[in-house]
Design a protein around this ligand. Sequence first.
Ligand SMILES: Nc1ncnc2c1ncn2[C@@H]1O[C@H](COP(=O)(O)OP(=O)(O)O)[C@@H](O)[C@H]1O
Ligand SMILES: [Mg+2]
Length: 818
Amino acid sequence: MNFWPTMQKMLSPDDAGKSAPAPNAGRTAAALKPLPDDALIIIPLRNAVLFPGIMSPVTVGRPSSVAAAQEAARSERRAGFLLQRDPEKNELRPDDLHWVGTAGQIVRYITGAEGAHHLVVQGQSRFRVLEFLDGWPFMVARVALVETAEESSPEIEARFLQLKERAIEAIQLLPNVPDELAGVVQAMNSPALLADMVANLLDVKNEEKQTVLETFDLKRRLDKVLALLGERVEVLRLSKEIGDKTRKEFDERQREHVLREQMRQIQKELGEGEETAAEIEELKKAIDDAGMPEDVHKHAVKELKRLRRMGEGSAEGSMLRTYLEWLSELPWKTEPGKPIDIAEARKVLDEDHYGLDKIKRRILEYLAVKKLNPAGKSPILCFVGPPGVGKTSLGQSIARATGRKFQRVALGGTHDEAEIRGHRRTYIGALPGNIIQAIRRAESRTGVLMLDEIDKLGAGGFHGDPSSALLEVLDPEQNSKFRDNYLGVDFDLSKVMFIVTANVLDTIPGPLRDRMEVIHLPGYTEEEKLEIAMRYLVKRQLEANGLKPEQAILTEAAIKTIIRDYTREAGVRNLEREIGSVLRSAAMKIAEGHAESVTVDASDLHAILGPRKFEDELALRTALPGVATGLAWTPVGGDILFIEATKVPGSGKLILTGQLGDVMKESAQAALTLAKMYSGEPLEKTDLHVHVPAGATPKDGPSAGVAMFMALVSLLAGRPVRSDVAMTGEISLRGLVLPIGGVKEKVLAALRAGIKTVMLPKRNQKDLEDVPVAAREKLEFVWLETVEDAVRCAVGVDMGQLFKSKDDTPPGACEAEG
Ligand SMILES: Nc1ncnc2c1ncn2[C@@H]1O[C@H](COP(=O)(O)OP(=O)(O)O)[C@@H](O)[C@H]1O
Ligand SMILES: [Mg+2]
């Protein structure tokens, strides 16, 4: 057997053959009594585990082990290799050994220098010791061989493939592994052998390897090896990442530092160095004028003295100088924020944003409280909603409305506390964190500071938790003494107006969430989008493309078509982008002299933007029995979800695919039980497969219950579900439809997708208030108390008729309420 050619090559150099395979032949033979058939000569291993199928070098030193190895080699018998429990122990008794090991053939015996004996052993099969026998000058034991059956089942196959993949990944992460190894792994076709080979190569304790050896069941062994390998791969990947990241950060800082140095040298050469004294004076003046609190000023003056002494030429001098510049340029003086004029604020908010009445009212209330009690600790506004609904731009608008400076700190992907709080000055190229940087850019500490996308904050890693640093920034009890690591002195953030944005609330760390006053922005209806486009987006895009309003006209029909057929979103971001593309093409025409002005109508869009992006998916997908349209809540504003069910020959199982969460899986089970109950069809020889096509929609929660049930009964009854109906609701095993959340988002998503009728749990009726009137008017709502209501509306027949032949049942209709 030769499963690992590279190892084989390594272990059999040509000169190894010079030592005879059976040294000392005949010398000990005469004195020994013969071994029973089921006995093996035992060679204890201090520090290694031999695996079946693996060729491995073994060194023996103890006289009894040497005798054992020689006898095994002489008689060409297999020997049994057992791991010792305590590697330090010399005199061994049976209990000092593990009783499961590998029998192997000694294929080379090499007597090295200084009397060491080296073996090359080909591991062959697992065995378990039955009993140790006396009477030989080495250990002997009666054993039972344990052969792993090369069974094959889908479960083993799946683990085998996964193990291959992971092993190859590990090989690629390891620096000094021969390239051929990946190929060898790829070509292997024995799961048992792969598991043993990986276990053999893994850099884990011998005790761990021994447990792999002792796991006779192949499936469990594969699982064990996968787990061990998984851990190693994680560690390898992390250490590679850390290596890469530190190198990169260091390179960047280093580079900046070197450049600065070169600049100073050049300045010196050019005779500009003379000015340093004057420059230091300038810095002194800046420090004196900055309006620092007394202790900070004292500290700055002391550092300045140090700088004078040091001279600017030195590397440390230039770092110190940068530091003092930072200190002197921060807006220490507390300019009293302009008094808030509520009427003016209302005007500005209305100018900048269409609609959003409820939200604007909340903002004005917030400002009114701030106005009446400027010193009070008001909560922090937090805008939550899908992308493109105006969260960031509302923040800008608030700044404009209150006459304050606006700065934004993007928190997405912030992993490192230092990004928020800065690096200590001892770091080469250290800088303040992004809060202090934003304050300096704003040149004010009473401005509006937006912490954008706080829900995308990375989890704290080895560099400290960024969310705890933010907590300090946002805590009115602490933020008057905010300490940035770079500055090393307190800075008062208590007058900053913080505004936070997020797509979803639930990934925001709890303590942070508690500080905030959350305002939800759910998304816009088609009509609202049309208004926003006509009032704001077209205007803005005209300007961006250098067009005058009379040069390019986008008809209302064209905008509606863009909204309906080229975008499907809760916000207006893509809408603005598509309008931009249309106007760019108009600008081209005008620039090339083909036209003075361009009017774009709905019929022109195909030529400009290409085929419609969102075709009438509904009709296509739901034409056959077994498909129902569900509604899902998503962080980006709700979406429709096709639930597909089909029958395959099998044994009455339910197969679920589409990466569903646990709750959704359970809800599928419940739907199936209920569907079986109604249909009465025996399904012992059939598997039912329910699939929820992937897409980016997260799929968990109980609210797809009704849709799953409908997909299943539609399949079993052979009747399609109406294509213009979408549904949501949890079901109980008694067929009741229970209430769900996210009604507003789901209804808006249904409308966007071209649904005409929405089926909702009766107990959600009160939530309809939240849905904009324009959307309500365009949809029919059917309120469900039981799944029978759902069947009546979605399939058009009563439950009693559902499973009878189609010809006897006239199609019914929904009893809808507008
Ligand atoms: N109600 C509205 N009225 C006018 N423009 C809007 C409105 N809502 C969003 N916009 C515009 O849509 C674009 C995207 O908004 P943005 O603030 O970036 O969204 P978000 O921060 O929520 O992702 C901006 O140009 C914004 O001005
Ligand atoms: Mg934004």
